[in-house]
Write a new protein. Structure first.
Length: 116
């Protein structure tokens, strides 16, 4: 099963993780998407956008209209959200529409208390 792993991490943490993967000589088991803050992740992967991703997961290439139908939303709003997901590298353009090339999405991060 192809999985997209979403992380909240600094550029330094991302680089260190990449270096460990290269040095291990093992192929990556999942693709990754990293955000520097929870707020940015939440803006990109809002609940409505996650619903789009869930509707697309494992479905191959879908048209904008088909995606809008599956999530029961208007075309214009879905088109706007899909454009943001393409720009963020979550969804790919393909001949005949768009594709989320994963079957699963995994969130891998901790949320800690902020300093008062």
């Amino acid at each position: 099963m192809k999985t997209l792993t979403v992380r909240i991490e600094t550029l330094r943490e991302m680089g260190a993780r990449g270096l460990r993967a290269v040095n291990s000589g093992r192929p990556a088991t999942s693709a990754g998407l990293s955000f520097p803050t929870y707020d940015l992740m939440y803006r990109v992967l809002s609940p409505k956008r996650l619903a789009i991703i869930r509707a697309m997961a494992g479905q191959g290439v879908l048209s904008y209209r088909e995606i809008a139908r599956r999530v029961e939303r208007d075309y214009k709003g879905v088109h706007t959200d899909l454009t943001a997901l393409v720009l963020a590298g979550v969804v790919d353009r393909a001949e005949g529409g768009l594709v989320f090339p994963y079957e699963n999405i995994h969130f891998d991060f901790n949320v800690t208390a902020s300093a008062a």
